[in-house]
Design a protein around this ligand. Sequence first.
Ligand SMILES: Nc1ncnc2c1ncn2[C@@H]1O[C@H](COP(=O)(O)OP(=O)(O)OP(=O)(O)O)[C@@H](O)[C@H]1O
Length: 330
Amino acid sequence: MTPIIHVENLTKHFRIRRHRPGRWGTLRRLVSRDFEPVRAVDGISFTVQPGEMVGYLGPNGAGKSTTIKMLTGLLVPSGGTVTVGGFVPWRQREQYVRRIGAVFGQRTTLWWDLPVIESLELLQHIYRIPPDRFRQNLAEFRQMLELDAFIHAPVRSLSLGQRMRADLCAAMLHDPQLLFLDEPTIGLDVVAKDRIRRFIGQINRERGTTVVLTTHDLQDVEKLCRRVMIIDHGRLLFDGSLPDLLERFGAHREMVVDLAEEYDDVSVPGAEVVERQGLRVTYRFSRQALSASELIGRLSARYRVQDLSVREPEIESTIRRIYENRHPRT
Ligand SMILES: Nc1ncnc2c1ncn2[C@@H]1O[C@H](COP(=O)(O)OP(=O)(O)OP(=O)(O)O)[C@@H](O)[C@H]1O
């Protein structure tokens, strides 16, 4: 299949004024042309297939927004190539924006003082959406996103969750093949997040819309994305499936064992006891050093075991470890 997104050695360098300490430093900064480069995106390559839903993750300042801005044509790269659906985003911006939708969680693309419905109608004209298609899509999204309660209210009076739902509707009205979402659930409560996630999942499944999702909320990723890319300091640290991520970086697993009788010593070579409550013992063991079946063998050679289960590491702690180490094996 031909990829819908093709990114090759993409870079974006900004120049910021060099910081100098003290009052003289501030003065010199004002008059000098002393700049230092920031490699916001530093040689990234990847492809995305049509219909994929990809989570694009990274700590603050990693380069996520800069990448999304280049993919949506808002920023011109310093180097490398990007083609999305056959377009070079920043060169053919006018035609290109008809093919994509974008939602930036931190700001709305709607008109602040207009009622939601009027903003949506304006978009119909801007994108030249055929009337039938507009009516059909609007009816469908009104229902999916439960817009009716506030569709006649001005955008400025909406809650954050309502605004996000209106923005998602606006981004999808012109049937984009590709949707870029930058922090679509930021600041929302659990119920509102869930509604947004359901919508994103549904349009990806039913319409085959390709989705690139930037988020700090790992539940967004767990619930929606089969593939994740992790970026830090402008470089890709990982690109693969969630199970692969846990396999490679979730170094430890836990085994919860219910013993059939009391033992003074419950130790097992190669595993560490992390919790003991009555007959229940939790062991932690290294994925690389020991398989679960080896551990079961060692356990049952020493103790009578009633029941056991293996706990996989949480995605949250695994990703935090990647961010903290910064130099994992790729
Ligand atoms: N317009 C700009 N001028 C100078 N530096 C910039 C500019 N935009 C971004 N940067 C710098 O580039 C780096 C990457 O920023 P970017 O906003 O892409 O990160 P991010 O991963 O989206 O972070 P966050 O999760 O905090 O939004 C940061 O060091 C940031 O300070």
